[in-house]
Design a protein around this ligand. Structure first.
Ligand code: ZN
Length: 279
């Protein structure tokens, strides 16, 4: 068996419009609806993509996460292969209420936070955010690597709230050019509840993912693509072709995500039955 036969789970995707004013071609190339995201995933044997709506993240400083969450709940329910991160923006209190309700639905698997697009320092808002997540034993995916979201700033919160599990997005991403922030933060955490995903453009760099696996252990590295901002098939190929054992690739592509999502209450038997009923 080749690792490309493994039905992968993409822990970090989006759908919608890449709303970056003034960048016409980027908007055209990096936007896609949920059906297109699901199609691209199927083409490279990704069984599930967990998405947050770009409507709720962009444009920077002016996104509408409340509308994005409502839209995502509708879109995800009717799109096979797509699961939902509910966005919490601490500057928009209504998103906490949405998260509380949506986390109880079968296709909403956790919370997405984005200190950069929503323009707040995690050090100022992390206490309330992670207390909320910990109370619900929720899985959280955060953007990381820019000034408001430095991986090392998440370590004290991960240590203070061991009931929640936190995935640092974008292994290799650092505004200062340092590619090691996510990996070092995960290693530094005390309770093993800090993970990191492979969704960065930095994944094109040789040795990076392999180094991350050596430092963190393959059981803390999760496959992510950042689709449709990046090419899902290319991100998949990076893991299939990595200088890693097949056992490690299986953990990264599928088994780690399965364990985390099921641990967060995700019932794949129910999800696949409800998908079949909609076909
Ligand atoms: Zn992303």
């Amino acid at each position: 068996m080749q690792t490309s036969d493994i039905q992968a789970i993409d822990i970090h995707g989006h759908y919608g419009r890449n709303d970056r004013p003034g960048r016409d071609l980027a908007i055209r190339f990096q936007s896609a609806d949920a059906a297109e995201v699901a199609h691209r995933a199927r083409e490279c044997n990704i069984q599930y993509t967990v998405v947050s709506p770009l409507l709720g993240l962009m444009p920077r400083g002016n996104a509408d996460p409340v509308a994005g969450n409502d839209e995502a709940a509708r879109v995800v329910a009717r799109t096979q292969g797509i699961l939902q991160w509910v966005i919490v923006d601490p500057l928009k209190p209504q998103t906490y209420e949405q998260a509380d309700a949506m986390l109880k639905t079968p296709r909403c698997v956790g919370i997405k936070i984005h200190p950069e697009e929503h323009c707040y320092p995690i050090v100022e808002h992390g206490d309330r955010l992670f207390a909320f997540a910990a109370e619900r034993h929720a899985l959280v995916l955060t953007h990381s690597g820019e000034r408001n979201s430095m991986p090392e700033d998440f370590v004290p919160f991960a240590d203070a709230f061991p009931e929640m599990k936190l995935i640092l997005a974008h292994i290799g991403n650092g505004w200062d050019g340092d590619m090691g922030h996510q990996v070092r933060a995960a290693v530094a955490s005390r309770h093993g509840n800090l993970y990191a995903d492979t969704s960065s453009a930095s994944s094109i760099v040789p040795n990076l993912i392999e180094w991350a696996v050596r430092e963190m252990g393959a059981n803390r590295v999760l496959f992510g693509t950042d689709t449709p901002l990046y090419c899902a098939a290319m991100q998949r190929a990076r893991i299939d072709c990595a200088a890693l054992t097949d056992a490690d690739k299986r953990l990264i592509l599928r088994d780690n995500a399965l364990l985390l999502l099921e641990g967060a209450g995700c019932d794949f038997a129910t999800i696949s039955t409800s998908s079949r009923n909609k076909e």
